[in-house]
Write a protein that binds this ligand. Structure first.
Ligand code: SAM
Length: 358
């Protein structure tokens, strides 16, 4: 067969294949059932589901456990909370038991039964540690809390599901789920009171790293044209630190951006846009917004990740949401707007800080 015949034949075949596949496609789309069969809807993973996948292996890492267990303010806070508030004879759930430490405190406080749940393989160490420490009445369950069932409700839920951004370890959905299914009416959640802060701050000069396009004179070299290449990745706009030397001062007087009471909060009731106004009390540069949390059990039992609190729990980082550098004067009014799509996912947080006095 001559080459041009072969070419014509191939073109004809491919024309018919395209024609019939287009017709087949149109036909499938006319029938909802066929459409569903051939193109099943793609289920998007929520941030909480993504976190669930990630944290099972993250917390199996012994170094993560070491960091938490050697955080003295953290351990004193939980030990104090449990010895004060878990009563002899109570039934307790320890949500995310890790190495079993909170469950062991509850057992030693006289709990009749502690269900220590963790979906990570760290729970194998927890079982062994309980045995070597003579801890009794603790049942270890390797399961995600949302899959955990009980016939009889409990008196207390213990948890440490606190992220650097407060919400990013899925504390609210996990605790609400157990509270609504398995906590007796009037039961205790330890801890249950939280505050999230988002405060305009000035950094100490040694810690100030401007955006690259703000560097217009590095010994005569100008980077301002780099503003055209502003990165799109959200983490570029957040700094993470545990260093008490980083923040020089809060620009105004801090008050919480959000208050959470785990006894009453419902999943998804935290507003997705929050505005706060700060009167400037300390003049100077505003570098960013410091994100940190406080958890309270009693007035004298508070856990803090504030960048300016010398008693802060050191293993929690605080975050600086970066801003274009501005100078402010005492008495200026700053309006901070935080908009989020999903509180569990800090990548969806967006922020603005406007000086309303200019
Ligand atoms: C921050 S660590 C705290 C560990 C321990 N409670 C402590 O205070 O040292 C959180 C632990 O909870 C587990 N975890 C997180 N969400 C969970 C869930 N929904 N169900 C079961 N385990 C969970 C993680 O695997 C991790 O071991």
């Amino acid at each position: 067969m001559a080459v041009h015949h072969l070419q014509r034949f191939t073109a004809l075949i491919s024309h018919h294949v395209r024609l019939y596949s287009a017709r087949l496609g149109n036909w499938i789309f006319t029938s909802p059932r066929l459409k569903l069969w051939f193109y099943p809807p793609v289920k998007l993973e929520t941030a909480a589901e993504r976190y669930r996948r990630f944290n099972g292996s993250y917390f199996a890492d012994l170094h993560e456990q070491e960091r938490m267990l050697s955080d003295q303010p953290r351990m004193a806070f939980y030990h104090g909370a449990i010895t004060r508030h878990v009563k002899p004879g109570q039934r307790v759930i320890d949500l995310g038991t890790g190495t079993g430490i909170l469950a062991s405190y509850a057992s030693r406080a006289g709990a009749a039964k502690v269900y220590a749940i963790d979906h990570s393989t760290i729970i194998e160490h927890a079982r062994e540690l309980a045995a070597t420490n003579g801890i009794v009445k603790v049942e270890f369950v390797e399961q995600h809390s949302m899959d955990f069932e009980l016939d009889q409700k409990v008196d207390v839920i213990l948890h440490e599901q606190i992220g650097d951004f407060l919400f990013d370890e899925a504390m609210v959905p996990n605790v609400c789920d157990l509270r609504d299914r398995l906590l007796k009416p009037g039961g205790t959640i330890l801890p249950s009171q939280f505050e999230l802060f988002c405060e305009p701050v000035t950094l100490n000069d040694d810690f100030r790293i401007p955006y690259i396009w703000e560097l217009n004179n590095v010994h005569g070299f100008d980077y301002s044209s780099m503003e055209r290449s502003r990165p799109q990745n959200p983490e570029y706009y957040r700094l993470a630190s545990c260093d008490l030397q980083m923040v020089k001062h809060f620009v105004g007087d801090p008050t919480p951006l959000v208050e959470v009471d785990l006894n009453t909060i419902q999943v998804d009731t935290v507003p997705l846009e929050i505005k706060i106004t700060r009167e400037v009390k300390r003049a100077g540069k505003v570098d960013g917004l410091a994100v940190f949390m406080k958890a309270k059990v009693d007035d004298d039992l508070v856990l803090s990740s504030s960048p300016l609190d010398p008693g802060r729990a050191p293993h929690w980082g605080f975050r600086i949401l970066r801003l274009d550098l501005t100078e402010v004067a005492v008495g200026d009014l700053l309006e901070v707007t935080l908009t989020v799509q999903d509180w569990t996912d800090p990548d969806t947080w967006r922020w603005i800080c406007d000086n309303k006095s200019r």
